[in-house]
Design a protein around this ligand. Structure first.
Ligand code: ZN
Length: 296
C-alpha cells in the first residue's frame, strides 16, 4: 500500500487540525477497545452495562472516563475505593491514538484511510486479547475476513485498484485487462491463502512431526482476513516479521526464565499483529529495497 498523494491540503488546512482530530478520536475509540478487550473473551455484552470499577463496582463517571488523562489525574487508582487501575487502559488508548495518527501520516486523507484505521483498531484488540487470554475470538476474526472481502470488492468500483499494489505484481498482474473486481478478488484470495494457508500448513506439518498443536486455528483465521487485505507479498512479509519477532522473544524468555517449554506460553497473535502493522506501513518500502538488492 504505497502512500498516495494525500488529499488533505485540498480539504483542510492547516494539516495539524485533522491530525489532532484523528488523534483524539483514536484515543476515544481506544477507550472503547478496553471494554471490548475486557468483555469479549468472557462473552459479555460490549454495550451494557456501563463501565464500573472491577473492585468496588462503583460506576465510572463520564469525567473520570477521559482517555489517558483521567488515568493520569486519578494517579492510576479508582476514585471510590483507590484500587489500582491497570496501566493497560491508558496504554491501549495511547497506542490506538498513535496508530491512527501514523495512518494519517502514511496514507493521508483518502479512501484508504478508514480501511487502515479499522485494520489497526482490530489489530490492537486481537493483540491485547491474545496477550491476556491466549485466544483470538471468532467474533472478531470472522467478521474481519468479510470486511476484507467487502473492501476488495468495493474499492475497484469506487476508487480503483491503485490502493492495492498486489494487483500490479506477479501473478495477479497476469490478469491485467480483466474486470477490476475480478483482479481485486484474485488478489484477496491469493493473499488469504498466503496468510492463513501458510500458517495452517506449518501447523499441520508440525503436528505430524511432533504430535503437538504448534498453532491455534485463531492465528490461521486472523491471517486469512489480514492476507486478503494486504495481498500475498505483504502477508508473507507480516508472517516473516512475526516469526522473527517471536523467535527473538522466545529466546529472550528462555534466557530470562530458563524455561524450555516456552512455545505453549507465547501467544503468536501478538507477533502476527506487530508483523501485520509493520507490513501495512513499511511493507512496500521493504519489498522495493529487497528487490533492489538483486537489480543490476
Ligand atoms: Zn473502585
Amino acid at each position: 500500500m504505497q502512500p498516495l498523494q494525500p488529499l488533505y491540503p485540498l480539504i483542510l488546512e492547516p494539516v495539524w487540525l485533522p491530525a489532532v482530530i484523528i488523534f483524539v478520536f483514536g484515543a476515544a475509540v481506544g477507550s472503547f477497545l478496553n471494554v471490548v478487550i475486557h468483555r469479549v473473551p468472557n462473552e459479555q455484552s460490549i454495550v451494557f452495562p456501563n463501565s464500573a470499577c472491577p473492585k468496588c463496582s462503583a460506576a465510572i463517571k463520564p469525567y473520570d472516563n477521559i482517555p489517558v488523562l483521567s488515568w493520569l489525574i486519578l494517579g492510576g487508582k479508582c476514585r471510590n475505593c483507590k484500587a489500582p487501575i491497570s496501566v493497560r487502559y491508558p496504554a491501549v488508548e495511547l497506542l490506538n491514538a498513535l496508530l491512527w495518527l501514523s495512518a494519517f501520516w502514511f496514507f493521508g486523507l483518502n479512501a484508504f484511510l478508514p480501511v487502515a484505521l479499522i485494520f489497526l483498531t482490530v489489530t490492537v484488540v486481537l493483540v491485547f486479547i491474545d496477550a491476556e487470554h491466549m485466544i483470538l475470538p471468532n467474533v472478531i476474526t470472522y467478521p474481519f475476513v468479510i470486511f476484507a472481502i467487502l473492501v476488495r470488492v468495493a474499492f475497484p468500483l469506487m476508487a480503483g485498484n491503485s490502493y492495492f499494489p498486489d494487483t500490479f505484481s506477479y501473478p495477479i498482474s497476469e490478469l491485467a485487462g480483466q474486470s477490476p473486481v475480478l483482479v481485486s478478488l484474485a488478489g484477496a484470495l491469493l493473499g488469504a491463502l498466503a496468510g492463513g494457508g501458510i500458517l495452517w500448513a506449518i501447523g499441520a506439518a508440525w503436528k505430524r512431526l511432533r504430535g503437538v498443536d504448534a498453532m491455534g486455528l485463531g492465528d490461521v483465521k486472523m491471517m486469512l482476513g489480514y492476507g486478503a487485505l494486504l495481498g500475498w507479498r505483504l502477508a508473507f512479509l507480516a508472517i516473516f516479521i512475526a516469526a522473527f519477532a517471536g523467535a527473538v522473544a522466545g529466546v529472550g524468555m528462555i534466557l530470562i526464565k530458563r524455561d524450555r517449554n516456552f512455545q505453549a506460553q507465547i501467544p503468536f497473535g501478538i507477533f502476527l499483529g506487530i508483523g501485520s502493522v509493520a507490513a501495512l506501513f513499511f511493507g512496500e518500502t521493504i519489498i522495493s529495497w529487497y528487490l533492489g538488492q538483486f537489480a543490476y
